[in-house]
Design a protein around this ligand. Structure first.
Ligand SMILES: [Zn+2]
Length: 398
């Protein structure tokens, strides 16, 4: 089945933009992209706005959607990140499973209605795999592990719907080094990415560099014995490198407390970095050094993190926040972060992230008016769209 989709603008990728163009999709795959009129199949004219790749949201926690608005931020100002984590765990454990599942389904709906086509979902409880597999979203479902557990049989690389399963280690300050290495080895054997939170909070840095502090108390209270973790260690990034965790199949998430040396090390080992700026702003009142990362040559991707800490799962909200917080970063760079960089990190760049022929015919139409290419990029990055059932942003094709 052949359909030609026309629009005022076709954004093949942030650097390849066609005015008055079309995308011809055949049996769910892009067959041709061009300017003017195309003869071929049924023609749908979407309007004067832009057809662009669906967003890649590389870091979500859909099982926390039900906790939206419930976790207090006030505690952060005097007692630090530890108290927030405690609140989150207590609320999640007290929530009915039915509500957590309902929240996750609602989250998937919000992702799709706000233009996300590919997701990197982190699941601690293991409850979101089927919800994603039964949706139109593609991507990776990461089963997350932490603590001292020595897991005999860690499974991954299962394909369900458009979702592949892989592994996540929670973080260097919550996960024993042996388990970190074990998870990495299994993911590596399956040629799949491993996701891990790195250098997110001051509590993490203090704990790793001294073996003491609020986080040490927190782990002890929860019965996690870290006496064999060989603390203190150098920076979280250098520590992960020493354990052999950094390579082109590792996604390091957050990096709020990372410096030039860390960025250069991540680049040297071709590791991917994923930023969740709104989450960092709300939880830590501090943002990662995006300019430093870009200067070092890294190509960050983006995630919204969970609805327990941000008010939407919309990547439009994320790009608008970045544009406002880093006015010198070009809109093309921000859009690359929200599309192709995420596809590369999640290992799905052969099918998603740009509108090149041969890739999935999935795209979004953004109803926006622009008179030139730079105006178009500005308008998309700063678009104030809200996900609603009648949203005009749509995912088309397979
Ligand atoms: Zn996370």
């Amino acid at each position: 089945m052949k359909i030609t989709h026309r629009a005022g603008w076709i954004l093949v990728d942030p650097w390849t933009i066609i005015e008055n163009g079309y995308v011809r999709v055949c049996d769910g795959l892009i067959e041709e992209v061009g300017q003017g009129h195309s003869s071929g199949g049924h023609v749908i004219d979407h309007g004067p706005g832009a057809i662009m790749p669906g967003f890649v949201n590389a870091h979500t926690h859909l099982e926390l959607c039900a906790l939206k608005g419930q976790v207090s931020f006030d505690a952060l100002f005097d007692k630090g990140f530890r108290l927030w984590v405690e609140q989150l765990i207590n609320l999640r454990d007290a929530e009915e499973m039915e509500n957590l599942l309902k929240g996750a389904k609602q989250g998937v709906k919000e992702l799709i209605e706000s233009g996300t086509g590919v997701v990197g979902e982190i699941s601690t409880l293991g409850i979101t795999k089927d919800i994603l597999a039964n949706s139109s979203l593609a991507g990776i479902w990461f089963k997350e592990y932490l603590g001292n557990n020595s897991i005999a049989k860690i499974r991954c690389n299962e394909k369900k719907g458009r979702i592949v399963t892989s592994l996540a280690a929670h973080a260097p300050h919550t996960t024993a080094p042996e388990l970190l290495v074990n998870l990495k080895n299994v993911a590596k054997k399956n040629n799949l990415p491993l996701s891990i939170h790195v250098a997110e909070s001051e509590d993490e840095i203090r704990f790793l560099s001294t073996g003491k502090g609020e986080w040490a108390d927190f782990l002890s209270e929860r019965g996690i014995d870290f006496s064999g973790w060989s603390l203190p260690v150098e920076s979280p990034v250098k520590y992960l490198n020493r354990l052999g965790l950094l390579d082109k199949k590792t996604i390091a998430v957050h990096l709020i407390h990372a410096d030039k040396d860390d960025f250069e090390m991540l680049l040297r080992y071709n590791a991917f970095v994923c930023m969740c700026f709104r989450s960092n702003h709300y939880l830590h009142q501090r943002l990662p050094d995006l300019t430093g990362m870009l200067d070092a040559g890294l190509k960050p991707c983006l995630g919204t993190d969970s609805l327990a800490c941000v008010d939407s799962l919309s990547m439009f909200d994320e790009t608008a926040f970045i544009s406002n917080a880093f006015p010198l970063v070009p809109p093309s760079e921000i859009l690359a972060m929200a599309t192709i960089n995420g596809a590369n990190a999640l290992n799905v760049e052969d099918s998603f992230g740009t509108l090149d022929p041969g890739k999935s015919g999935q795209f979004i139409y953004v109803p926006i008016n622009a008179t030139n290419k730079s105006g178009l990029l500005e308008a998309i990055v700063n678009a104030d769209f809200k996900a609603t059932p009648t949203s005009k942003i749509m995912l088309c094709g397979k």
